[in-house]
Ligand binder design. Structure first.
Ligand code: ZN
Length: 391
């Protein structure tokens, strides 16, 4: 889905050097020119659209629902500035997980009008530790060659979560990495040395390695037992997913990760079905979930994913003391590159016109996916979008 109508956006452009008053020209779904414009409006920030590599659901839909659920979650998150997302499966019986991946493959080809681009899936489970399930149902499996064959044949997975201590995990990580799939360490009880060994093997193969929601379902960092989080933060290359909703990770732990890895932190939502719906009852992977404010919990109190959206994660990062340009990279460029997407993630001529405009309070105003406007916040009293014209 691309528009052939040219669009011109004026405002404060978030360029690699920081916020710059300018004009962005879009045509044919791509950015065609970026020009300086000292008179551009100061209360309109233009950022690359957000890229969420870990999102189970939202707007009442879940990846495990198949087509209709994917459409709902792609549209809900697009309204919140996410222009690219990887629908994320949950640990379930194998056939259900395969069905969910097939649904992502179908929609990836067709696209979701009014929704985020879906360039592939994140396979979270079943290749995880039965002792570190978090909110994942107990259908864990080992990553056997037969199961990997099935996944790789579908050619839709872009990111996988893997516990390094499972039998066959290193061989599986290498196969995933060589297939261009980001290998995320997560839901694991491995020690730091085991994790570092797996990361080194992935790097040596030229693949991308990551932390699946750093600090969650992997324990913390201690001097004599740095654990997976210590191994991942101290690694020179691994990118680090963080659920920045003020519930899953303490702001100080977030700042620690940013200090250790200023260019490797990625914001994710890990959002579930109830994101965007407010308080009430919901479900995750067949389990009942209660949502109250930012808290989504299973009956035993375990955190059950989040109701976070990427715009709120960006605001949280800035409120925690991260400068906006760095927070924007965490929400767009770093996650895009981590899953091999080089055609998006920054405001540069030739890249996809995946854009979000924010007001001075960093609230979402307008969202474009591939040059198509998919969201517009009505501002009372305004008759048109300030700074936008279509010649
Ligand atoms: Zn998880």
């Amino acid at each position: 889905m691309t528009s052939t109508e040219p669009t011109v956006l004026r405002g404060q452009l978030l360029l690699p050097g920081g916020l710059t008053p300018g004009t962005l020209h879009v045509q044919g779904g791509h950015i065609t020119a970026v020009t300086l414009d000292p008179a551009a409006p100061t209360d309109r920030l233009i950022l690359p659209g957000f890229v969420d590599t870990h999102v189970h659901g939202g707007g009442g839909g879940d990846t495990m629902d198949g087509r209709e659920g994917l459409i709902r979650l792609a549209r809900l998150h697009a309204r919140c500035g996410t222009t690219t997302l990887l629908p994320t499966t949950i640990t379930n019986p194998w056939a259900r997980v395969m069905d969910a991946l097939r649904a992502v493959a179908d929609l990836r080809r067709q696209g979701v009008p009014g929704g985020a681009d879906l360039p592939g899936a994140h396979l979270e489970g079943p290749f995880i530790s039965a002792q570190r399930l978090g909110a994942q149902p107990p259908f864990t499996l080992d990553p056997t060659p037969d199961r990997l064959d099935e996944i790789l044949r579908l050619d839709v997975v872009r990111a996988v979560t893997l516990a390094p201590e499972l039998p066959g995990a290193t061989a599986a990580a290498l196969r995933f990495a060589r297939a261009g799939i980001r290998v995320g360490v997560g839901h694991t009880r491995a020690d730091a040395d085991t994790v570092s060994g797996l990361l080194a093997a992935v790097h040596a193969s030229g693949g991308q390695a990551a932390a699946t929601h750093l600090f969650n379902a992997m324990g913390g960092v201690e001097g004599r037992a740095p654990g997976p989080a210590g191994a991942l933060m101290s690694d020179p290359l691994a990118t680090l997913e963080i659920i920045l909703d003020g519930v899953h990770v303490h702001d100080t732990a977030f700042r620690l990760a940013c200090a250790a890895a200023p260019d490797r932190v990625m914001l994710i939502t890990d959002a579930m079905r109830a994101a965007g719906l407010g308080d009430g009852q919901s479900e995750l992977g067949g389990q009942p979930v209660t949502v109250r404010g930012p808290l989504a919990t299973l009956p035993d109190g375990t955190l059950a994913g989040s109701v976070l959206t990427m715009d709120a994660a960006l605001r949280h990062a800035v409120a925690a003391g991260i400068p906006l340009p760095q927070a924007s990279r965490m929400a767009s460029l770093t996650p895009a590159r981590s899953v091999g997407l080089h055609d998006r993630g920054e405001l540069r001529v030739g890249l996809r016109a995946d854009l979000v405009t924010l007001d001075a309070a960093l609230e979402v105003q307008d969202v474009w996916v591939g040059g198509q406007r998919v969201h517009h916040t009505h501002v009372p009293g305004a008759t048109h979008t300030p700074g936008t014209r279509t010649p």
